[in-house]
Design a protein around this ligand. Structure first.
Ligand code: PGA
Length: 252
């Protein structure tokens, strides 16, 4: 089952990686990348902030994109420990992940705050990968669609131009757990997200919707084979270059 579109394969390293480890990971990735003459996938690497510059330099001259995992919505100011969208752009990022469920649950990020971050990322000319996804409880109670569409309300009610928005559907219970929804459930949510967002967009534009949550070399081809899936956001498996490359190949 091969797909006919350029999928985004994004690696989210989360809070992992020293300079030494990044050097090893990126070198082995580039070895595979350079040995592949034609690649029908867009690769994005999202290392921790401390490695943005370093990884960005290693990726220079390739078509592999650099992304951040989070940012603040203000441009600058007294926000100790924070980094703005402007600074992410300055570090070479083309994408920023916003509203990851770990940010929502561990740092109490709200839909309103996440919307402000999306706005800041788009204003600074980058693509915002906004994460949404239901809890296990809401999935079991049959409320997954409502849960996810509610997370889109702020964006839907705004006048923001959404051309550079990417949605990552990441069911919270699937992240890092080895569990994934049924393929039909992934398809259903992706179609709903696309449908609700299409109402806010010009006719010829569709917001890409990528899937995240325990993507691995075994399930990648089936997930990426879905018409409504425009790529994957890979956590754990992005820290293993062989696994990550198999996922890239599943898209090509
Ligand atoms: P996982 O993480 O692939 O380890 O489940 C995905 C994510 O959190 O983006």
């Amino acid at each position: 089952m091969k797909i006919q579109k350029t999928a985004l394969i994004a690696g989210n390293w989360k809070m992992n990686g020293t300079i030494k480890e990044a050097k090893r990971l990126v070198s082995s990735l580039l070895e595979k990348y350079n040995a592949t003459p034609s690649l029908d996938a867009k690769i994005l690497i999202c290392p921790p902030m401390t490695l943005l510059n370093y990884v960005g330099n290693l990726l220079e001259g390739t078509n592999i994109f650099l992304g951040g995992q989070n940012c603040h919505y203000e441009v600058s100011g007294a926000h100790t420990g924070e980094v703005s969208a402007n600074m992410m752009r300055d570090s070479g990022c083309s994408h920023v992940i916003v509203g990851h469920s770990e940010r929502r649950s561990q740092y109490g990020e709200t839909d309103k705050e996440i919307f402000c971050k999306v706005e800041a990322v788009l204003e600074h000319g980058m693509k915002a990968i906004m994460c949404v996804g239901e809890t296990l409880k809401s999935r079991q109670e049959g409320n997954a669609i409502n849960y996810v569409t509610r997370q889109l309300d702020e964006v839907l009610n705004s006048r923001l131009s959404l051309e550079n928005l990417v949605i990552a559907y990441e069911p919270i219970w699937a992240i890092g757990s080895g569990k994934t929804p049924k393929i039909s459930e992934i398809e259903e949510i992706h179609e709903v997200i696309k449908k609700v967002l299409s109402k806010s967009l010009s006719q010829n534009h569709e917001v890409p919707v990528i899937y995240g949550g325990s993507v691995n070399p075994t399930n990648a081809e089936e997930v990426l084979g879905l018409e409504a899936v425009n790529g994957v956001l890979v956590g754990g498996a992005s820290l293993n270059t062989n696994d990550f490359w198999e996922i890239v190949n599943a898209a090509s």
